[in-house]
Design a protein around this ligand. Structure first.
Ligand SMILES: CC(=O)O[C@H](CC(=O)[O-])C[N+](C)(C)C
Length: 312
């Protein structure tokens, strides 16, 4: 089986691990990023990430943190599949032979290309997820109530057609091209560093988790402002920002100042490490299982370092 397909399948497993570990953090992040501005003399709805998590659990129960998870499980697992499949395509395009080691920049290029592929898959799922995550907070002030992911899609389509479902595409590209470049290049760099020299390079489970977690931090470290703009744009009532992301940026800077572009920083960073450690662990384990059962041809440089030693 080709590297692209193997990475696609393993990426899907990694994506499911990411969602299961990371979704509660994501709910807190979106609620903080989109909470209504307090009126003069009023307290903000949430004072921080912990406050938001505590109030959400107290008011709506623990599983409120898992609200909207069906959409990312269906949307994010294929997204990670497309991402890692896309990375394999990006590597293949740059390699003169399949065993060639990729440089940091080549991995960044492969990640950036995969970021373009993932945007196409990701935008509808993100739009649905954000709307479901914030509907109890009053941030999506359109007054529309949604009964679940399919209901969101139906209502968005009725309201504004495909364009409404795909609202936030530019903002997602702005977020995911640099983020994906950082994600893959940092992971591959650390993987090489942690796996030592020589033909029998192995990566321990702990090192896989550490490299994956730090790749997640690098991913979000470069894209939080674009993510804030994207969340605002995707949860705004129809017609609020006719000129898209530029309108959101102008409003945020005018009304809240540049610091607001970093809203949700802590919940994002708190999620980034465990969610992406789980992702790369799931990915590498699946690739290792393929090799164990003799599926696929030669390992690519990105997959020859696995959590368990193997002899070829
Ligand atoms: C924005 C996003 O989904 O980032 C992914 C990592 C994460 O924390 O979910 C990475 N990537 C888009 C490259 C798959």
């Amino acid at each position: 089986m080709s590297d692209v397909l193997l990475n696609f399948i393993a990426g899907g497993v990694g994506g499911s691990c990411t969602v299961i570990v990371g979704h509660p953090f994501d709910t807190v992040k979106v609620r903080i990023q989109t909470m209504p501005l307090p009126k003069p003399g009023e307290k903000p709805q949430f004072t921080g990430a912990l406050d938001c998590a505590k109030r959400t659990v107290a008011k709506e129960g623990f599983f409120a943190l898992y609200k909207g998870m069906a959409a990312p499980l269906v949307g994010v697992s294929p997204l990670f599949a497309v991402f890692f499949g896309g990375c394999a395509v990006g590597k293949w395009l740059q390699q003169t032979d399949p065993s060639q080691e990729m440089t940091f920049i080549q991995n960044a290029n492969a990640g950036a290309l995969a970021g373009v592929f993932t945007t196409i898959v990701m935008v509808p799922g993100e739009r649905v997820k954000c709307l479901l995550q914030v509907q109890q907070t009053g941030s999506a002030s359109s007054g529309v109530h949604y009964d679940g992911p399919l209901d969101v899609v139906k209502k968005l389509y009725k309201q504004g057609g495909i364009a409404s479902i795909y609202r936030g595409t530019g903002a997602t590209l702005l977020r995911d091209i640099p983020a994906s470049a950082a994600y893959l290049s940092v992971y591959e760099f650390l993987k090489k560093k942690f796996s030592g020299e020589g033909a029998q390079r192995t990566l321990s489970p702990g090192a896989t988790l550490l490299a994956g977690g730090l790749a997640g931090i690098a991913n979000w470290g470069v894209c939080i402002p674009a993510d804030v703009l994207k969340s605002r744009l995707q949860t705004a009532p129809e017609g609020k920002y006719p000129d898209g992301i530029r309108g959101v940026l102008r409003e945020v800077l005018r009304e809240e100042g540049p610091r607001a572009l970093f809203k949700g920083f802590w919940p994002v960073m708190l999620r980034a490490f465990p969610a992406n450690a789980a992702c790369f662990f799931g990915l590498e384990l699946t690739l290792a299982a393929f090799r164990y059962f003799g599926v696929g041809g030669h390992p690519t440089p990105s997959t020859e370092v696995v959590p368990v030693p193997h002899d070829e």
